[in-house]
Design a protein around this ligand. Sequence first.
Ligand code: MSP
Length: 481
Amino acid sequence: MTESSTQAKNKFYVTTPIYYVNGEPHIGSAYTTIAADVLARLHRLAGEDVLFLAGLAEHGNKIAESAEKAGLQPQEYVDGMADKFRSTWKALDISHDEFIRTTEPRHAKAVEAFFLKLKDSGKVYEGEYEGWYCVGCESFKKESDLVDGLCPLHNRKPDWVKEKNWFFKLSDYGDILAEKIKDGEITVLPEARRNEVLSFIAQGLEDIAISRRSAKFALPLPWGKDQTVYVWLDELFNYCTAVGYADDRENFDKYWPADLHLVGKDIIKFHCIIWPALLLAIGEKPPKAIFAHGFFTSGGQKMSKTLGNVIDPMAWTEKYGADAVRYFLLREVPFGQDGDVSEEKMLTRYNGDLANGLGNLFSRLTNMVEKFMDGDVDEYVQSARDLKEVTDSFSRLDFAGGLVKAWESIAWANKLIDDSKPWELHKTDPDKVKELLKNLVAVLHDIALRLAPIMPETSDKIRVALEAEKIVKAEPLFLKK
Ligand code: MSP
């Protein structure tokens, strides 16, 4: 084996959806991004060559409308919004390696190359589209997608459009996609989403329009200047642009195909059907896996500006800290399912699981080690709890399951302290207290290591305190609210 091959690491290319910049980052976009961050950190800890991509969708009518409302030029508007997203991700401790914006020149170049390749595939033809289009979704709609004539996702009446467009023969790809999903070349998770995708394919796929005649603030169609690229194709291609499709083939070959696209359940057709078919048409491999998580409601209702129940991740982060927000979102709702979040629920978990649970264990343990052992644990002992399941659950994207396991050990440790009362026991049997505390330090240290992908700052604080030559009573990790 050559030196370089012995050093070759497994690569892990993980992505988030690129969010529309027509609104500020909210708890939903924070959710997908935090989950992707946890996976990126987990795979980095396993020694893999991780590429974690985040980014923004900045083109299209929806964005142009928002810019107009804000009284700004579209580019000026998207630049301002991009700053907001970047600072929110920073506050949430998101460790993306790459950040892509669809208004970047490298993306225009990649999309042009992509479209020319697509045209060469023979799967593209000129036709006429007549039907509904929802600007909120930036998507064509069938009559059967509407509820009382409205787009159910945006509660707005779609536009009726009739225009000459270019089409992609998606209808040719049903069998091949179903086969690839069934044989595991494309993994769709969770199971329920996989079934949804397969049954959608089984109904027969229709061709899709890939250009628009009237879109504002969009990339031009390379071969027809009166047309623009349909924004969803522009957006999907970000995953290829970012690894160098148009300017760094070596890097592209290193990272493509993506190992995991993390998305919400609202955009699975784009990611599990349209995107793999487009890639096959241009001779590239489809993504290895797509995981679609559920949707949050807020206080029992759909989040909406009118209801005033939109949760601002930045406000929560300022109030509770990034780790608490990360913990709460991944603990409260099993990943993959829909669930409800609210500040009341956040407070319950913050005060209960974090301040009383983990925080209390850390404070009293460091306090007692300082008091009864002069801060000196001298040797490290094997943890008395097997916490492997915590990490295994995170790897399976069962974040809540892993956290439940970790918190069982936290509760066990707190109970052991309550039951054995070291503050009394040390008067009669100081050696036993030392033994007990040593064990608990080992358990908490292991918990901290395993929580690192979810709560990086807290994990660091605990590890630094427990690894110190002399352990001293630590500052509280979470101040009760
Ligand atoms: N621009 C497209 C994505 C293109 S990816 C090539 C888009 N953008 S979006 O801003 O609408 O973001 C949708 C994503 O935001 C969802 O798939 C999900 O990841 C996240 N969420 C938005 N609202 C959410 C909830 N209420 N709950 C959970 N996640 C949510 O679609």
